[in-house]
Design a protein around this ligand. Structure first.
Ligand SMILES: CC(C)(COP(=O)(O)OP(=O)(O)OC[C@H]1O[C@@H](n2cnc3c(N)ncnc32)[C@H](O)[C@@H]1OP(=O)(O)O)[C@@H](O)C(=O)NCCC(=O)NCCS
Length: 253
């Protein structure tokens, strides 16, 4: 039986020079180039272009195809997935970006969601927590010492986002329908989904640190049964240069 438990998380920076942005644009589909064109800010257009080209490169490397020929399709709420013949590979992925950092999560077969955020003090955090977190999460958040609140807030935020991204549901999935842990230094876990305890909900939550000042969360579909291995997560940082070199090797454009 193929090992579907090896989960890979790749962290890379997407602040690159104009030449690389240009070479990245050449890897995008016409639809993606059109989407890039619609960004009002140059900075956002460049970030989208480079992040999407990186995704195509990383998928292409795993599938043995050229980045430009990776066909992508979208779920009802916008979750990207492999399309066409590549859909049969079973490879699942998800993407998150924060400023100039992009994170890509890959799983051979299990549904997956990832989210990253910069840990910072934001105005109105307590009000946002009261509105967006479940009552149990909000109580856990309010119980934190003030110095732990920014990390507790973004632990909760990324964990909730990663879960709804794994489901592909976006915010259509009520954020109060499930509880996650959030206290700094405590294990990341799903505590409840509707009336099901977290350890039986069919999903596993992992926290990770994508880089200085960032927090990240990964949610992976959990497979039960005697042959099912718990997921094994590898997080690695990929320097921009490695992907830029790969781009030049594989694509002449
Ligand atoms: C779009 C959404 C899926 C994530 O958005 P986000 O956290 O702002 O942005 P991220 O960078 O983490 O993720 C964006 C990527 O997720 C992927 N994505 C888009 N829709 C998705 C969906 N329905 N499910 C999973 N992934 C999705 C895409 O790859 C997208 O990148 P791209 O636009 O470059 O292709 C959605 O959850 C959302 O709108 N969130 C709003 C934030 C919020 O209120 N969160 C409350 C948490 S308590």
């Amino acid at each position: 039986m193929a090992d579907d438990s090896a989960i890979e998380v790749v962290v890379t920076r997407i602040d690159v020079g104009p030449d690389t942005v240009g070479a990245s644009a050449a890897l995008l589909s016409a639809e993606e180039r059109e989407r890039a064109r619609r960004f009002a800010l140059d900075r956002d257009r460049c970030r989208f272009t480079v992040a999407r080209a990186r995704l195509r490169q990383l998928l292409g490397m795993r599938l043995g195809v050229r980045p430009g020929s990776v066909e992508l399709t979208y779920g009802r709420r916008g979750k990207p997935a492999l399309g066409g013949a590549l859909a049969h590979s079973g490879l699942q992925f998800n993407v998150s970006h924060c400023d100039d950092v992009a994170v890509y999560a890959f799983s051979p077969a299990r549904e997956i969601g990832v989210d990253i955020e910069a840990v910072r003090v934001i105005p109105g955090a307590d009000e946002i927590a009261a509105h967006a977190f479940s009552p149990r999460e909000n109580a856990a958040y309010l119980a934190l010492a003030p110095r732990d609140r920014p990390l507790g807030f973004f632990n909760c935020w990324t964990r909730k986002e990663a879960f709804v991204k794994a489901l592909g549901a976006g915010l259509s999935h009520g954020l109060g329908r499930f509880d996650v842990s959030l206290a700094p230094g405590m294990p990341a876990c799903i505590l409840r989904v509707d009336s099901t305890p977290g350890d039986r909900c069919g999903w596993a939550l992992h926290g990770f640190v994508p880089g200085p000042g960032l927090t990240g969360a990964l949610v992976v579909q959990r497979v039960h049964g005697p042959m099912a291995d718990p997921e094994r997560i590898t997080v690695r940082s990929l320097p921009c240069r490695r992907l830029t070199d790969a781009m030049n090797e594989h694509d002449d454009a």
